[in-house]
Design a protein. Structure first.
Lengths: 330, 358, 340
């Protein structure tokens, strides 16, 4: 599965500009889904029919964080605004890449003190010497993503955009693996999650599922002097209890735990203090939808080198596949 | 609960049972069950919806052509266990807006496989430097001490379990009462008062009295229940800041002087006017709260559901909000229940149609 | 002049009646079908048998003040409605209540202040509206709790092309929408004059829910910060640079197809055009975009200096270019020149 993951994480697709990753996913899943459509916000909605009358919506977001060009100065330097949650600390000195392949480096103005480092003191240098040269390659409103290749450390793998492309890979593999879906499954590769769960919100309205489960990444508490969190790499995918966008429906959480236990899949329970997911939008759709989340533990979220455990990923595929084959009784 | 002779509900007893029960946002099932049972005695139909809201329906004489929804949230703020350390101490985060200063030196109830009593302790003064005593303890530095070994703790407690302050209902002088979760279960008691009052007077509109979930974290319960019920009028009942020293008088409402009626962008002007009219007609004293923007209550969610809902907000003055000793006057609970009942009785089809005429 | 009438109308969020009336009066010869909803949105309906359903939106409300209590002395305490910087409130003339009585927000005389005081912001709790009442009882005869107040700014021409007035955010958008509604386009057109944008984008979502559009164009008056000591990359927009197209703001990512068509039309018709070059601040576009199963949206703005203060400024060239561009866009949509 590492080849699929590499393809998927390296694809270009910041929030609002998901065209390329969407095309890639479409090509991957076409052989094993019944229908596909793209909605008004660019969500890719794939239907895989099954037995039973219930609709299960699965959500994995295609979009990644990025930077949008808002100004090109006379020397060809670019000023930008963040698309999604970005810290200046993770950008400084890093490389970004635009849709057309143009690469840039993030530099900073002179600072009196390190604590003065804010996003508006940064700029992108694409190696142009004047405005015209820069404008020939990049335009106002263009968005660049982090530029970093996938790295395989064996048990652990690193890339930019594990959040949330690892979930996209998991969803693709689960759709391939599932044999007897217990629902009509709406596998939604959502857009604009990083800027406010927007894709999932409208997709859920259009589908009105009976059950919604998002797949995302979550933080860990297993690095030196980390914030307190009882989730670690290598102990399995998580069943989420709560994050800042939702308190998972208790019955859905119990259901997910039962499916994991019944199928011998190691899992962890997750309480995330800060951070939200597509499930938050799904749960509050129309008259309310039971919602839960399966997360893949991930270190260094929203940096160019997000790290996950490969076994956790494989177990995530297993758990998701079994969920797709087990009816939720509510 | 605690119904007395036939189909009635004593508000004080009902309130006491509710506030002593547990129902942290997202985990309202225990208190929801109590409320459902209580409402069954005084409503025509009571259901719990997919998100956990308790929806009690009382039919009017109009065959369902217009409906009024009342929303009072049953969820309370609380804590959630995030880690059990190797010695059995619990780390936690807040669910809803908690002032960390209200947690120290408190007895808590950890709602695991069974309820366990724990202590959020405080280092004794003997061991503290003068500077330390001047700084509030941070929540991330606190632990819950259950007095058990780690193995024993692991048997009963898991991460994600919710925790509430262990507080009994306290009767103060006069008709003042104090407890945790008065925000907003006192308003659920108001729903009970209103439903009972409606048995004594005639009303055209159907009434949905909804004990909502998750107000403290997302207003999610009100959002989905309003969507489902499609009421013509939505009224949230919540609490507002009661008079107390250290807070400017103009930002509070006095206890025992009746309900507080809100006006402003979150409130439909004609609903505000009608509530004030009814209060005057019924000799119910009241105070006003001008709110320029978000009310911070279920009314904010109700107003923008579907193609919009005319909303109003009525509040109980409450001291020490979001502590475990929230204090209010029972007379305000009764007066608010009456105000809502008489308001509902005054609502007919042409009033509802007039709400769309701007 | 319509922009003058609208700028001077009284309409803080939650109290847009005056603006509604100006629009109804202005448009009664041109619009025969109106809808209103529970929040007070005013929607002009110009149905057409063919063509997509297009929603145009401009918000009627402005930032203002709300009377919250009376001081014993007769001074009025107030709360802010919408995003007003405390510092713009001092030493201003306001109009209070439905009768628009005069009030002033004073400040302690400089003679009585210590030097250190002058570098500190006066907190809201230290500000009052003085309507000249001698006591609380006196004030209660003139004003009620919950009455609103706006800045008493008169619309003026500074030159033939530059005008100043209050609330160009978003009375400029309302004026443009009104002018558009005076013409006919071969699309199913819903012109929504929305409420309560400034306090949380409240009216647009419910209006869109009721209308159920295929696409939406939001007309705004937006930040123009092209003044010293700002650096060029902090300008956001420039006065005279033409209508400003939003690629992304805090609430929405605008539809790329709609943006491309606007750029093409601007080029073809030699209309100056610029991008809005910051991502802060939300708009009605965000709520409309996420209504039901999603609506493609574009936000087009007239650059306005000093928004959210008593004295904003815009260029009538930008205003007219914006109007021209939107009309061209509607014609293009009607002729199927733009498809999704």
């Amino acid at each position: 599965m590492k080849e699929l993951i590499k393809k998927v994480v390296e694809a270009y697709g910041p929030a609002g500009n998901e065209g390329r990753i969407r095309e890639l996913v479409q090509n991957e899943i076409a052989p094993f889904v019944d229908e596909m459509r793209v909605d008004a916000l660019g969500n890719l909605i794939a239907l895989k029919r099954g037995s039973g009358s219930k609709k299960l919506m699965l959500a994995a977001h295609m979009d990644e964080i990025g930077v949008m060009v808002t100004h090109i100065d006379k020397h060809g330097f670019l000023r930008f605004y963040p698309v999604g949650g970005l810290s200046p600390l993770t950008l400084l000195g890093n490389r970004v890449v635009f849709e057309n392949g143009t690469i840039g480096v993030i530099g900073a103005e002179k600072l009196e003190a390190q604590k003065d480092l804010t996003l508006n003191k940064l700029f992108i240098d694409i190696g142009a010497t004047c405005k015209e040269e820069a404008a020939a390659k990049v335009g106002l409103g263009d968005v660049a993503a982090m530029a970093r290749e996938f790295a395989d450390l064996g048990q652990r793998i690193i890339a930019k955009a594990m959040d949330d492309r690892i979930a996209c890979a998991i969803l693709i593999e689960a759709l391939r693996a599932v044999k007897q879906p217990a629902y009509d499954i709406y596998a939604v590769f959502t857009t604009q999650e990083e800027v406010g769960l927007r894709g999932a919100r409208v997709a859920a309205y259009g589908i009105t599922p009976d059950l919604g489960i998002a797949v995302d990444v979550t933080r860990t508490g297993d690095t030196p002097e980390s914030a307190i969190m009882d989730v670690s790499l290598g102990k399995g995918p998580t069943v989420k209890i709560r994050d800042s966008s939702l308190i998972c429906t208790p019955a859905v959480r119990r259901f997910m735990e039962e499916v994991a236990a019944k199928n011998g899949i190691q899992y962890q329970l997750e309480v995330l203090e800060a951070g939200g997911t597509d499930a938050g939008a799904i749960q509050l759709t129309k008259g309310g939808i039971p919602a839960g989340v399966m997360s893949i533990p991930c270190r260094y979220i929203h940096t160019a080198s997000e790290m996950v455990d490969y076994e956790d990923v494989l177990n995530g595929v297993k758990l998701l596949t079994h969920i797709m084959e087990t009816e939720y009784m509510g | 609960m605690r119904t007395r002779g036939g189909h009635s509900l004593d508000s004080r007893d009902f309130l006491k049972t509710m506030v002593q029960a547990t129902g942290v946002s997202g985990h309202e099932a225990p208190v929801a069950a109590l409320i459902k049972e209580a409402f069954l005695a005084i409503a025509d139909d009571v259901r719990i919806d997919v998100m956990g809201n308790v929806v009690a329906q009382k039919k009017g004489e109009g065959e369902g052509d217009i409906s009024v929804m009342l929303a009072a949230h049953m969820d309370e703020i609380g804590l959630m266990v995030t880690k059990i350390d190797e010695r059995g101490f619990l780390k936690f985060i807040a669910i809803g807006g908690i002032d960390q200063r209200t947690l120290v030196a408190q007895e808590v109830r950890v709602h695991g496989k069974k309820d366990l009593i724990g202590i959020i302790g405080m280092k004794p003064p003997h061991l503290m430097s003068p500077e330390e005593t001047q700084t509030a303890v941070k929540m991330q530095d606190m632990v819950i001490d259950l007095g058990l070994s780690a193995e024993e703790v692991q048997q009963f407690v898991s991460i994600g379990d919710v925790v509430t302050i262990n507080r009994q209902f306290i009767s103060l002088a006069g008709d003042f009462v104090a407890a945790k979760a008065m925000d907003d279960r006192a308003a659920v008691a108001v729903l009970g008062e209103c439903l009972q009052e409606l048995k004594r007077i005639r009303h055209h509109a159907d009434v949905y009295a909804v004990a909502t979930v998750q107000e403290e974290v997302s207003l999610g319960g009100a959002l989905v229940s309003t969507y489902r019920l499609r009421p013509h009028i939505g009224i949230a009942i919540d609490v507002c800041h009661g008079d107390m020293p250290g807070v400017p008088e103009q930002d509070t409402a006095p206890l025992g002087k009746g309900p507080n009626i809100a006006l402003g962008a979150n409130i439909h002007p004609k609903l505000y006017e009608r509530l004030v009219e009814v209060a005057k007609e019924q000799n119910i004293p009241f105070t006003l709260d001008p709110i320029p923007a978000a009310s911070g209550t279920d009314a904010w969610a109700m107003q923008v559901t579907r193609a919009g809902v005319p909303t109003a907000l009525v509040s109980l003055p409450l001291r020490y909000m979001h502590t475990s000793v929230e204090t209010l006057s029972m007379s305000d609970v009764k007066a608010t229940g009456r105000l809502l009942a008489y308001f509902i009785a005054s609502v007919d089809k042409s009033f509802v149609e007039g709400l769309l005429c701007y | 002049m319509l922009l003058k009438k609208l700028s001077e109308a009284f309409g803080p969020s939650g109290c847009e009646g005056d603006v509604r009336n100006v629009l109804l009066e202005e448009l009664s010869p041109y619009v025969s079908e109106w809808r209103r909803d529970a929040l007070g949105n005013l929607i002009a309906v110009k149905s057409h048998a063919t063509g997509p359903r297009v929603m145009l939106a401009a918000h009627m409300d402005e930032c203002g003040l709300m009377v919250s209590s009376f001081d014993r002395s007769g001074l009025l305490r107030f709360r802010k409605v919408g995003g007003l910087d405390d510092r713009v409130l001092i030493s201003k003339h306001v109009l209070v209540g439905p009768k628009k009585i005069n009030g002033i927000i004073g400040a302690k005389a400089i003679h009585l202040q210590k030097p250190e005081e002058r570098s500190q912001v006066i907190p809201l709790s230290g500000l009052y509206i003085d309507i000249g009442a001698k006591s609380k009882e006196d004030a209660e005869k003139l004003v009620k709790i919950g009455d609103y107040a706006v800045f008493a700014t008169e619309f003026k021409h500074l030159s033939e092309t530059v005008v100043t007035g209050k609330s160009f955010d978003d009375r400029a958008g309302c004026a443009i929408l009104a002018e558009i509604l005076k013409e006919d386009f071969a699309v199913d057109l819903f012109g929504a004059f929305t409420v309560q944008e400034e306090i949380g984008l409240r009216g647009a979502g419910v209006a869109a829910y009721g209308i159920d559009p295929d696409l939406a164009i939001v007309l705004e008056g937006t930040t123009c910060n092209d003044l010293p000591p700002s650096k060029e990359h902090g300008y956001c927009t420039t006065l005279g640079g033409g209508p400003a197209i939003t690629v992304m703001d805090a609430s929405v990512i605008c539809d790329k197809g709609m943006i491309a068509e606007l750029l093409r039309l601007a080029k073809e018709h030699h209309i100056p055009i610029q991008f809005k070059r910051s991502i802060t601040g939300g708009s009605d576009g965000g709520r409309i975009n996420q209504t039901k199963a999603g609506v493609p949206v574009v936000v087009i703005s007239v650059p306005c200096r000093y928004i959210h203060s008593p004295v904003s400024m815009l260029s009538l060239c930008d205003y007219n270019h914006t109007l021209q561009l939107v009309k061209l866009f509607l014609k293009s949509i009607a002729e199927g020149g733009f498809t999704r």
